[in-house]
Design a protein. Sequence first.
Length: 283
Amino acid sequence: MTVVLRTRAELQSALADAPRPIGLVPTMGWLHDGHRTLIGRARAENATVVVTIFVNPRQFTEAADYTKYPRNEARDLAVIEAEGADVVWAPPVDEVYPAGFDTTVAVGALAGPLEGAARPGHFDGVATVVAILFNLVGAERAYFGQKDAQQVMVIRQMARDLAIHTRVVACPTVREADGLALSSRNVHLSPSERAAAPILRRALVAAHGAWAGGERSGDVLRTIMHEVLATERGAAVEYVSVADGVSLTELDIVDRPALASLAVRFGSTRLIDNEILDASPGT
Ligand code: AMP
């Protein structure tokens, strides 16, 4: 039986005597198989599983994106129940940010490029809400998707710097059969945009293939991705990146673990995806 809670106080009293370890899965709702995988992993590894549903206004950089973000709590609760979570925290905005709330958690260099540059303030909103969630839940582990690779890195940095002991677990990206990464925003794609959207994956696979074949020029790898994306007329490229896998600075020579990533708009829908370029064993 999953219990649904709304306030900070309810959450903290429900967790006071909860069996440890606790696994936390933060979400913005409109759950899909990507979220399901995170909850399933949390269920497998923890005695208590907490899922949060909160469309966090502070991480949206466009008002329209926030307003039209898909929401369906009843459906989400059924998904979470089926995955066997113990607690859902689905607070109203003023429970997360009560009157007088006046703190922002801002991560430095890691939050600057890529998504941080394209969406100024986005990671301040993410780091702030995740710090609140980590503190409220006190979980041993929290589960995030590799689809949002920079987000995982920013949250790890935040938790380390603020001495929050929740371990950040990154889970592989779940995809449609044609390679499109599952995303709540996919619902906004028109049929023709949906048909075009797997081009993100194809661009990343092409770059990964070239890299696996020995290509080590960052410019060449970025150009390969641009060339693949250019074959799809509806794809408006926001950025294409091959960056250091630790610092996220762009690489001229890919002589260390790297992250290939991109952001592309189809009409008003913005999609992101990434691929790790790392030859180390176990990656
Ligand atoms: P969101 O509800 O979009 O904020 O996502 C909640 C969590 O699910 C984040 O950690 C995301 O990275 C993760 N997530 C979103 N899409 C996927 C996916 N396709 N595969 C795996 N994890 C995902």
